[in-house]
Design a binder for this molecule. Structure first.
Ligand code: AMP
Ligand code: MG
Length: 322
């Protein structure tokens, strides 16, 4: 029984996993009063809700603290005040309960949880707020085959939605608007395997200022940005010869992105694995699930060595549990 704590950005989550099965997955999201995430405030939010969510996860899993074998937490990458809130909470719990702590890299957890659906050796399209990467495993590392050169896809969508007056997170609002919109050609920016969204974002904001309807802006941005992601993913599949695509990150909740991925995968004879929303967005269950993989290899960290790594990249992690 492994408990996992997620706190890299806007969401504080606690999950419980046992033999690869998710027994609990609860979360609480920080909502800024206006504008985008204020890291210090998000950290305070996490500290305020931590104990309540911890207890809720134990209740949902129908276990007591004594049955837990290890505490996993996301130490990277993310916003420092948010990561610290999670780390301090986990450290106190580990001290109190005398349990080992398992450090889990957040982006890798998005990938591993997709493999709980049955994928063996996939390419991952990780499309979240701040992170946008195309990842696959090769030689003891999760390699980044392509990534955003500037803003993350979710942040891009959120910023455009904010300019239209929608609160954070705006991605789901754009998805609804896009259903009623018409497509206009926008900047398609795929450089090698990397994508860039800042030009598209600015163009969308300018077109909105010039009077293009929110529906048309939403539809055009989605079609353009998602096509870039699907093309880069397809290239990674072609290059690696892998036959599975896993989706991860909050933006992967988008039905149009899922549909575009499905079309590409069907055409290529590739299997598509898309977790349900509670496992796509930032969550504690994926941290617990990945923590269990590390636990089996005794990849613990001593309390004195506990630390966060806000900018650690996916490909800097030596994968010792595979
Ligand atoms: P994450 O950082 O992985 O928790 O994902 C959060 C991001 O996902 C935010 O930028 C949201 O706007 C975005 N998001 C969530 N649901 C959707 C959706 N249905 N369509 C587009 N973006 C979404
Ligand atoms: Mg994430």
């Amino acid at each position: 029984m492994i408990i996992g704590v997620e706190s890299t950005a806007h969401t504080f989550g606690v999950g419980v996993c046992h033999k690869g099965k998710v027994l609990a997955n609860v979360r609480d999201m920080y909502h800024p009063a206006i504008g985008g995430i204020i890291p210090i405030d998000a950290g305070k939010h996490h500290t305020a809700v931590a104990e309540k969510l911890w207890n809720q996860a134990l209740r949902d899993a129908k276990i007591t603290e004594k049955e837990i074998k290890g505490i996993a937490f996301s130490y990277a990458p993310g916003l420092a005040p948010c990561l610290l809130a999670g780390m301090h909470f986990v450290k106190a719990k580990a001290k109190l309960l005398g349990m080992p702590v398992i450090p889990v890299h957040h982006s890798i957890a998005h990938l591993e949880i997709g493999q709980s659906l049955g994928a063996k050796d996939p390419v991952l399209l990780y499309a979240s707020g701040a992170n946008t990467q195309i990842i696959a495993y090769a030689g003891q590392r999760y390699r980044i085959f392509g990534e955003t050169l500037d803003v993350g896809i979710g942040n891009c969508l959120d910023k455009i939605a904010r300019a239209m007056g929608f609160p954070f997170p705006g991605g789901p609002e754009l998805e609804k608007l896009a259903l009623k919109g018409m497509y206009h050609e926008l900047k398609y920016s795929l450089k090698g395997m990397d994508v860039s969204f800042s030009g598209l974002q600015n163009q969308a904001l300018q077109l909105r200022d010039k009077g293009m309807s929110p529906e048309d802006v939403a539809c055009s941005v989605q079609e353009t940005a998602f096509a870039m992601l699907v093309e880069a993913s397809e290239r990674a599949l072609a290059h690696t010869g892998k036959k599975e695509l896993v989706l991860g990150g909050g933006v992967a909740c988008n039905a149009r992105l899922q549909e575009m991925c499905r079309l590409m995968c069907t055409a290529r004879g590739v299997a598509l694995f898309c977790p349900g929303k509670p496992l796509l967005v930032d969550n504690g269950a994926m941290i617990a699930y990945t923590g269990e993989l590390l636990y089996k290899k005794k990849l613990f960290i001593s309390l004195d060595a506990l630390d966060i790594a806000p900018r650690q990249r996916t490909d800097q992690v030596s994968v010792k549990w595979k």
